[in-house]
Every structure is written in structure tokens, then in C-alpha cells.
Design a protein around this ligand. Structure first.
Ligand SMILES: Nc1nc2c(c(=O)[nH]1)N[C@@H](CN(C=O)c1ccc(C(=O)N[C@@H](CCC(=O)O)C(=O)O)cc1)CN2
Length: 282
């Protein structure tokens, strides 16, 4: 279904929904889906509205012009997207194949509505897998003692392919602050623990030492603060004393794949609003 997706957040007050829906209705817009949340602690309001594109008497840019005065008067942080314009998702991975191969399969089957202009990795291990799908593969080595040239090349590639979303599918390098700043709330990572537990490298080893009874995975937006970005999606799976760390790694893969796919889908469908270091996922 072809819709225009309006997402916004603003200081809460009475009549916001009425003013927005009245404007849409005055232009014959049919609201096919509407979600909102009023946060009584922060006195902040969040909304996502889908409008049937064929119903309203203006195009996307016309609707943007109509909404601008209201958005300014109500201090909106807002986006207006066309559901038929796929996001350009640059995938990044290192050596672990499960998350990337799962996303490629979901994309190839049409489950994920996006374009994948290229895959970037710091290793060659997944070239065959990626090129099987006809997707360009770029190996960009990140030198341990001189990382910036590698990340400069990563940035160049993202711009060359006009990527608007970057997915770290078990990409095991910490992105520099400059790259994080260029793509706020557009870089999505899968961390293989139930954050905030076990931040950093080798979380399953940390979990095994701790003797946990649950392992988990967390999909979050990437910030310069390692594994501290706004959480999008999480899930857990049960483990026990018989499980060695290799078992945690094996059992955790299914949770990682599911959590990353759910988180990316929410992003692709413009269902995520970020406020501070938290998300509202409609
Ligand atoms: N700026 C950010 N970059 C990355 C984040 C993030 O939240 N902010 N998440 C990580 C993913 N990650 C765990 O999920 C993670 C990856 C890598 C490391 C790490 O210590 N890497 C070493 C190099 C390891 C190697 O060479 O194999 C390093 O970068 O020095 C910790 C956690 C992705 N990036």
C-alpha cells in the first residue's frame, strides 16, 4: 500500500492530534494507521501517522509544505517519508556470517523492503556469499595501529553508494566519532548480549564466566559511546550449567538474527522515534 509516513515528536499539549488530523482531512487524506504516545514524565508527545497517498489532494512535497507552519508552531521534530521509496542500507560485517546471511536472505525473499547497494567488510570471508546475491563487496582493512584511513574509505563508500542506513551485522570494529556523527540514528548494531550487561568484546565469554541463566541480544543505534546507543529491540534465550561458552555462542546466534531483523524492519518502516537515549517503537 502506497502511503506517506509522518513521524513527529514535540512538547506535549492538548489538541495536537486534532490539528494534524484536521489538516490531513481538509485535503481529503485517508489516515490508514495512527499511533501515538504521551510521556507524562518528560511531557513529550510522539506520533506516527500513515496517509494513503492516492487519497490526499497533494503530493509528498505539497504535504510537507502544508505541514511546515503547523510543525513550526508546535515545535515538531519531524520526518515525512514515502513508503514506496526504499532505504539504501549499507551492510557491514567482519567474520561471523549468521547475521549478514540472514539479512541477505530476508532481503532476497522480499521480506525486507530496502536496497543493499554494497557490503563492506574488514575481511574477505563473506565475499562469495555477498556476490552470490549480485551485491558489490568491498574489503576495507582497518589497520590496528592506524585506523583512520580505513574508516575514511568506509565513509567514502557510504557516500558513493548514497547509503542512508548502515547495519553493523557483527562488524567487530568500533566506529570513530566522526562517522557516528555523520549518521545519527542511522547506524544499527547487533550486540550479542542483553544490554546493559556485558558491553564490549566477547560478551558470551563474559556471560559464561558470570554463570548467567539467560543470554540475549540487543539491536541499538550506534553512538560513539560503545554499545550505549538507544535500544531498538532485545530478546533472550535460556541457558544452563551444562552449556559451555561455545554453546552460548551457538544458542545466541538465533536470537541475534531475530533481534537484528526485527530492529532493521522497524527502522525501514519508520516506526522508531528517538528521544534522548531511548526509543519509541510503534
Ligand atoms: N562507535 C561504535 N562502534 C561500534 C559499536 C558502538 O556501539 N559504537 N558497536 C560495535 C559492536 N561490538 C559489539 O557489539 C563491538 C565490536 C568491536 C569491539 C572491539 O573491541 N573491537 C576492537 C577490535 C577487535 C578486532 O580487531 O577483532 C577495536 O575496535 O579496537 C567491541 C564491541 C561495533 N562498533
Amino acid at each position: 500500500m502506497h502511503t506517506y509516513r509522518l513521524t513527529f515528536d514535540c512538547p506535549d499539549s492538548i489538541g495536537i492530534v486534532n490539528q494534524v488530523s484536521t489538516l490531513i482531512t481538509e485535503h481529503k487524506g485517508w489516515i490508514s494507521d495512527a499511533s501515538q504516545h504521551s510521556d507524562d514524565e518528560t511531557k513529550w508527545f510522539f506520533s506516527r501517522i500513515e496517509i494513503l497517498a492516492d487519497s490526499i489532494d497533494v503530493d509528498l512535497e505539497g504535504l510537507r509544505e502544508l505541514l511546515t507552519p503547523l510543525a513550526e508552531s508546535l515545535n515538531f521534530n519531524w520526518k515525512l517519508e514515502d513508503s514506496t521509496v526504499p532505504k539504501k542500507v549499507i551492510m557491514m560485517a567482519s567474520k561471523a556470517t549468521h547475521c549478514l546471511s540472514d539479512l541477505l536472505d530476508r532481503w532476497h525473499s522480499g521480506e525486507l523492503n530496502c536496497e543493499i547497494p554494497c557490503v563492506i567488510s574488514n575481511h574477505d570471508d563473506m565475499r562469495g556469499l555477498v556476490e552470490h546475491y549480485g551485491i558489490p563487496y568491498h574489503k576495507v582493512v582497518i589497520e590496528k595501529d592506524n585506523k583512520q584511513p580505513g574508516f575514511d574509505e568506509v565513509e567514502r563508500l557510504i557516500k558513493e553508494y548514497q547509503g542512508d542506513t548502515i547495519v553493523l551485522a557483527r562488524y567487530m570494529q568500533i566506529l570513530p566519532p566522526t562517522l557516528c556523527a555523520l549518521y545519527p540514528h542511522k547506524v544499527i548494531n547487533i550486540h550479542h548480549s542483553f544490554l546493559p550487561s556485558f558491553i564490549g568484546a566477547k560478551p558470551y565469554h563474559q556471560a559464561s564466566i558470570r554463570g548467567v541463566k539467560l543470554i540475549g541480544a540487543t539491536c541499538h543505534y550506534v553512538t560513539e559511546d560503545l554499545d550505549q546507543g538507544p535500544i531498538i529491540e532485545q530478546d533472550v534465550s535460556r541457558v544452563n550449567h551444562r552449556n559451555k561458552v561455545e554453546d552460548l555462542v551457538r544458542l545466541g546466534k538465533d536470537t541475534e538474527k531475530l533481534v537484528l531483523a526485527r530492529g532493521l524492519r522497524a527502522h525501514l518502516e519508520d516506526r522508531i522515534l528517538v528521544h534522548g537515549n531511548k526509543t519509541i517503537v510503534f
